[in-house]
Design a protein around this ligand. Structure first.
Ligand code: KG4
Ligand code: ZN
Length: 326
């Protein structure tokens, strides 16, 4: 079965072709990120206008790279939420037109669940049930999944998402946008024990809170001149605390659910220190931990096609009334 996936929930325009639920024949991603960096965050109007321009060329490129003809597509899948309304509409409208013109089925896919499914595209030995952690610019959520039809929410952020905290801390430090990769780079040469930052406690131990640590960084810097060395230590200390929290709560969730698999997905998982820390923490706890390949951590359409193909086989369908999901 050949599945075409479309992803336009934030600043990316991505189209992918996935064969037989596993083989990624193409995964083209165009990003408008550079156009947002001077604003310190994604500007929805700029994102959707760029997506309108990119949608058809990215589709053409994905088809060409996969060496298929449009008529070979068996199913069209598209991210239907959560995300920016104008951006989602570009992808959904294109997907509807494509499915209608090819007379092929259409299926709307949840972006957060697709981030978890990215692991299935990359690994063969995943055993379910599992605990899943999605850690992106908009979400920090722990799930329990028996299969990819039902996601039980175990905990989520009460305020900022983890990626959002990386972005805000980077902004406070005058680093630019997106902050995650910039903080990771600086942290490599910093002393992670230099400053003690802690994420705020939450009444439910599987919930998260990242807004307090961002404010702590702001207060720490108040009135100080940020020398290069301090920037590195600050980045390393902040990153350490954020990642420790993600690891600690993921392991609590695994214990709570007696799960031996932990699937992690979302843009922040591109952070190699996070991968290393959580992998070693999980190993010590006897848990098999999985991350998608780096190119499948960030927003991409392959994960949408992958999950869509799975759900279609389970009997799920959308029609031309498909709308955004918040
Ligand atoms: O999943 P994603 O591409 O988009 C959303 O669905 O939100 O995640 C984007 C987020 C941004 O907040 C970005 O700063 C963060 O992922 N990010 C990172 C790294 N690369 C991207 N955070 C920490 N370290 C990284 N290397
Ligand atoms: Zn995402």
């Amino acid at each position: 079965m050949i599945v075409l996936g479309i992803e336009t929930s934030c600043d990316e325009t991505s189209v992918a072709v996935v064969k037989d639920g596993k083989k990624v024949l193409s995964n083209v991603v165009a990003s408008s990120l550079k156009m947002h960096s001077k604003h310190g965050g994604v500007i929805p109007e700029i994102a959707s206008r760029m997506q309108l321009e990119s949608m058809a060329p990215v589709f053409t490129q994905a088809i060409k790279k996969a060496k298929i003809k449009p008529k070979q597509i068996d199913l069209v899948c598209v991210t239907c939420g959560p995300g920016l309304a104008g951006s989602l509409l570009v992808g959904i409208s294109f997907a509807k037109a494509l499915a209608l013109s090819l007379d092929k089925p259409l299926l709307g896919v949840n972006h957060i669940k697709a981030h978890v499914y990215a692991n299935i595209l990359c690994h063969n030995k995943i055993k379910l049930p599992a605990v899943a952690l999605v850690v992106s610019g908009g979400h920090t959520t722990l799930f329990y999944i028996k299969d990819f039809l039902k996601f039980e929410v175990l905990g989520q952020t009460r305020d900022d998402a983890c990626g959002e905290a990386f972005d805000k801390v980077a902004k406070i430090m005058g680093l630019g946008y997106p902050g995650g990769p910039l903080i990771e780079k600086l942290a490599k040469d910093g002393n992670k024990h230099k400053i003690k930052f802690a994420c705020s406690g939450t009444s439910d131990e599987m919930d998260f809170s990242f807004s307090g640590i961002k404010t702590a960084v702001l207060y720490y810097l108040k009135g100080k001149k940020i020398a290069a060395g301090l920037k590195k230590d600050l980045a390393a200390s902040f990153q350490e605390s954020a990642i420790n929290t993600l690891m600690r709560k993921s392991l609590i969730a695994c214990k709570h659910k007696k799960a031996s698999s932990l699937l992690i997905g979302g843009g922040v998982v591109a952070n190699s220190y996070l991968r290393q820390r959580i992998a070693s923490g999980a190993k010590k706890a006897g848990i098999n931990c999985f991350f998608p390949d780096i190119n499948l951590c960030m927003d991409n359409a392959a994960m949408v096609a992958g999950l869509g193909g799975y759900l279609y086989k389970k009997g799920l369908r959308s029609d031309l009334y498909l709308n955004m999901e918040f």
